[in-house]
Design a protein around this ligand. Structure first.
Ligand code: UDP
Ligand code: MG
Length: 140
């Protein structure tokens, strides 16, 4: 994927409170193109698999419960240096540490309910895109 793609989720708290449109507007205004997108609800086992890297962390079961608690919007985003540029747009994991103007600063309600996910490496972006999307569901 040559560093031009990243994977994102608009998390249940943000979808539930009507922030899907505002988050998508920020993503568009920052110059990302939407290569794939759908609204789904993760099962508990899907959420466990998606966050398997965190399975030994104290927040794992709570995170899985939250991420499977309602609909989410999953997306593949295209941009030069996509992973790093998108992590800059969303801000720090903990909204208390997120830069002003970032998506998490604006829309997170807690460390867990931090509104959006963004891949942390090209390798994980590929894994995460393939986790949710078939080739037929990708348009860029
Ligand atoms: N998280 C949490 N408690 C923590 C750390 C993380 O609930 O102490 C949640 C939060 O929703 C975060 C996700 O787990 O986005 C994955 O954590 P990670 O460290 O990978 O942060 P991210 O890559 O999302 O910034
Ligand atoms: Mg992460």
């Amino acid at each position: 994927m040559n560093g031009n793609y990243t994977f994102s989720i608009i998390k249940p708290n943000a979808v539930r409170t009507g922030k899907t449109g505002p988050v998508l507007a920020m993503i568009n205004e920052a110059g990302f193109e939407i290569a794939a997108m759908k609204m789904i609800r993760m099962s508990v086992s899907q959420a466990e698999n998606f966050y398997a890297v965190h399975k030994d962390k104290p927040f794992f079961s709570s995170l899985v419960e939250f991420m499977s608690s309602g609909p989410i919007v999953v997306m593949i985003l295209k941009h030069t240096d996509a992973v790093d540029e998108f992590r800059k747009l969303i801000g720090a994991t903990d909204p208390a540490n997120a830069e002003p103007g970032t998506i998490r600063k604006l829309f997170a309600v807690s460390l867990q309910m931090n509104a959006v996910h963004g891949s942390d490496s090209d390798e994980n972006a590929i894994r995460e895109c393939d986790f949710f999307f078939t080739p037929e569901e990708r348009f860029l």
